[in-house]
Design a protein around this ligand. Structure first.
Ligand SMILES: [Zn+2]
Length: 278
């Protein structure tokens, strides 16, 4: 790929990031994602095309509204830059193909889960729905490229052992992922004597299961999420940013673990299996 292709990939990522900002703001309030167009929250002026160029307009206007001078949150530019980076990484790791697009769309859905959970302590159902849809798409792709046996009764590997699964990867993974987090949530609740995982977390895990399948990739995601969740919770409590009885949203950890597992499946899974003894 030449430089022009990379510029195009990064630009598409940034534009998607700009749309994700709208989704993150409007989806929890059940507002239309399309109408009305973006406007300044302070003076109500419609933002026109030059104001909507991701990142660059933010830098050119030094993060202020062109009309009233009110400062925009730097998070808008951060989400755009981050999403552009995700697009670049997906293409860098997998090449410019359908699989990279699927990974990027899944990561974009996880960006929404990350920020909406930080803002509102909820994960919109649209996120797991998108992930499950992508999982089914990957199943169909396998069916088309390998044949029925691969999809309807396939061999999975966990810790160096292979075993047969009777259902499509996406459905088995969905049940496995949702079930695993339902049980973990129940155990945590008994041990910590307070709600630990929300139903939104369980649905997000089911969505990741549909995409990753029930094998070692899901195990990578699962361990990464649990370990980073525990480390971050302890750090936040140690720094006294959060108290023990305050709920810490688990969605952001799930989202970051999901993105890492999707983007670097060959790095994280073997690295974790090494400790797991696989
Ligand atoms: Zn304004």
């Amino acid at each position: 790929m030449d430089a022009l292709h990379w510029v195009a990939v990064i630009a598409v990522g940034a534009v998607v990031g700009s749309f994700l900002n709208v989704v993150i703001y409007r989806l929890p309030q059940r507002q239309s994602l399309i109408f009305p167009g973006s406007h300044c929250f302070s003076c109500g002026q419609r933002l026109t095309l030059p104001d909507l160029v991701p990142v660059l307009s933010y830098l050119a206007l030094r993060g202020r509204c062109r009309h009233c001078g009110r400062r925009f949150s730097p998070r808008y530019a951060l989400v755009e830059t981050f999403t552009a980076g995700l697009a670049g990484l997906a293409v860098w790791n997998f090449g410019l193909n359908l699989y990279a697009v699927i990974v990027f769309v899944a990561c974009a859905a996880l960006v929404v889960a990350l920020f909406v959970d930080l803002d509102h302590m909820i994960i919109p159902d649209e996120v797991p729905v998108v992930l499950i849809g992508l999982g089914l798409l990957v199943d169909l792709y396998r069916l088309a490229s390998i044949g029925g046996t691969a999809t309807l009764g396939y061999t999975e590997e966990l810790g160096g052992r292979s075993y047969m699964m009777p259902l499509p990867v996406s459905l088995t993974g969905m049940l496995w992922g949702g079930g695993a987090f339902l049980i973990i949530g129940w155990v945590f609740e008994r041990v910590l004597r307070r709600p630990a995982l929300g139903l939104g977390d369980v649905k997000l895990a089911a969505g990741m299961g549909a995409l990753l399948g029930p094998g070692y990739l899901f195990l990578s995601f699962f361990l990464l999420a649990i370990v980073s969740g525990a480390v971050i919770s302890v750090l936040l409590m140690a720094l006294r940013l959060k108290r023990r009885e305050h709920a810490i949203p688990f969605g952001p950890m799930l989202a970051v673990a999901g993105m890492a597992t999707l983007l670097w499946p060959d790095v994280i899974a073997p690295w974790l299996l090494h400790f797991y003894g696989g």
